[in-house]
Ligand binder design. Structure first.
Ligand code: FES
Ligand SMILES: [Fe+2]
Length: 361
C-alpha cells in the first residue's frame, strides 16, 4: 500500500543515461535568481534546539530553532574564521559556532565569546536572513532589501495540516509557476478540460482562476475550480474546490532556487471536508470533528493523486529550455501577462543573499 513518508522525501529528476533527455541547462541559467520568499524546510522538521543546512541561490544557509521556538536562518560560515555553523549547536536563543564557540544572537551579533577570549573581534557580524514561519513552513526572504510583503496564512484550523514533499528538479522558479498561466497543457498533458479566466495582477500577487472538468467515465464529469495565487516567484497557493463532493484542497508550492537552473520544490497539500448539508446554524462541533477526521483519513490519498498529476509536469520541466520570447498561439492562457508580471522580481543588480560589504564569502 502506498504510504506518505513522515519526513520530506526527495525525488531526483536527473539524467540517468544517454537515452534519457538531458536537463535544459547544467550549471548556468538564462534567468537570474528572482527576489522572493522561499521555503527552506517544513516547520515540523526543525524541533527546538535543532540545526539544519539548506541551499539557497548557490549558498549554504543554516536554519536553527531557539529554545523559545524562534526559527532563524543565517549564513553558514562563521565571520570569525569561517567554520560551518551547520556543525554548531543552539544554546538558549543563540547559535554557537563549533570552532571557537562564539555565540551569535538574533541580529548576528556576538553574544558570547568562547572560553579564554577576553575580547570580541571587531566588525564581526553573522549575516542573517529575514525569516517567517507560516503554513507549516520556514521561509526566508532572498532579496536586496528587507521584505516588502509577508507570507499570508493560507490554512485555517479546519484544514488538515499541510504535508510537504520536496522535489529536486533542474529548472527555474519562473518556469514552474508559468504552469498556471499555460492552461492548454492542463488539457493536453493532464487531461482536464480547462477554461482560464484572465490573470488579475495586484503588485507582487498574480491571481489566476481556472474552471476545470475532469472526465471520469462512466460517471458524470467532475467540475472543479482552481484558484491560483502567486506571491512573487517563490510562494504560490492553489485552492481547488470540488463543490459536488464538499471537498476543498489547498496546495502550497515553494520552488527554492538552490543553484542556477536547479530548484528544490516543496509542495504541501491540505484538505477540508465540508458536510454535504447545511443546518442553517453553521457546522456543529461534532460535525466539524467528524469531517476533520474524514479529512485526515483521506489526506494521504488526495496528496498521492496530486503528486501523480505533478509528476508529468516534472518530466517536462526537468528537460525543457526557456523560450524567450514565447511563441504563443491565439487562445492560449495568459503566458505573456505572467512573464511581464514576473519581470518585477529581477532587480537591476543580481540578488545577493548577504548584500553586505563586509562579507568576505
Ligand atoms: S570560526 Fe566560528 S568562532 Fe571561530
Ligand atoms: Fe501541470
Amino acid at each position: 500500500m502506498w504510504r506518505m513518508k513522515p519526513k520530506e522525501h526527495w525525488r531526483q529528476f536527473a539524467v540517468r543515461g544517454e537515452s534519457e533527455p538531458a536537463p535544459g541547462y547544467v550549471g548556468h541559467s538564462p534567468l537570474p535568481y528572482p527576489e522572493s520568499w522561499y521555503m527552506l524546510m517544513p516547520s515540523a522538521e526543525l524541533g527546538a534546539g535543532k540545526v539544519a543546512t539548506r541551499r539557497l541561490m548557490g549558498q549554504d544557509v543554516v536554519v536553527y530553532r531557539t529554545a523559545s521556538g524562534q526559527a532563524r536562518a543565517v549564513r553558514a560560515h562563521c565571520p570569525h574564521l569561517g567554520a560551518h555553523l551547520g556543525h554548531g549547536a543552539v544554546r538558549g536563543e543563540n547559535i554557537v559556532c563549533p570552532f571557537h564557540q562564539f555565540a551569535y544572537d538574533a541580529d548576528g551579533k556576538i553574544a558570547e565569546v568562547g572560553r579564554g577570549y577576553t575580547d570580541k573581534p571587531k566588525q564581526s557580524t553573522l549575516p542573517v536572513l529575514h525569516c517567517q514561519e507560516a503554513n507549516g513552513g520556514i521561509f526566508a526572504w532572498a532579496g536586496t532589501g528587507p521584505p516588502p510583503w509577508a507570507i499570508p496564512e493560507f490554512l485555517t484550523p479546519r484544514h488538515t495540516p499541510a504535508r510537504y514533499v520536496t522535489y529536486d528538479v533542474p529548472t527555474h522558479p519562473q518556469e514552474i509557476l508559468e504552469n498556471g498561466a499555460d492552461t492548454r497543457h492542463v488539457l493536453l498533458l493532464h487531461g482536464y478540460g480547462a477554461a482560464p479566466r484572465p490573470a488579475v495582477l495586484e503588485g507582487h500577487i498574480l491571481n489566476q482562476d481556472i474552471d476545470l472538468i475532469r472526465p471520469i467515465r462512466p460517471l458524470p464529469p467532475l467540475k472543479l475550480r482552481a484558484e491560483i495565487q502567486h506571491y512573487g516567484l517563490g510562494f504560490s497557493t492553489i485552492r481547488i474546490n470540488i463543490a459536488a463532493v464538499g471537498l476543498e484542497q489547498r496546495i502550497l508550492v515553494s520552488p527554492r532556487p538552490v543553484e542556477p537552473w536547479r530548484v528544490h520544490m516543496a509542495i504541501g497539500a491540505s484538505i477540508r471536508i465540508t458536510p454535504p448539508y447545511r443546518s442553517g446554524r453553521g457546522e456543529g462541533d461534532l460535525a466539524q470533528g467528524v469531517m476533520k477526521a474524514v479529512g485526515r483519513a483521506m489526506h494521504p490519498f488526495v496528496t498521492w493523486l496530486l503528486m501523480r498529476e505533478v509528476n508529468s509536469d516534472f518530466q517536462i520541466w526537468s528537460s525543457k529550455k526557456y523560450t524567450n520570447p514565447p511563441r504563443v498561439a491565439a487562445g492560449e492562457g495568459p503566458i505573456g501577462p505572467f512573464r511581464k508580471w514576473a519581470q518585477q522580481f529581477y532587480p537591476e543588480r543580481p540578488v545577493r543573499l548577504w548584500g553586505n560589504v563586509n562579507d568576505p564569502f
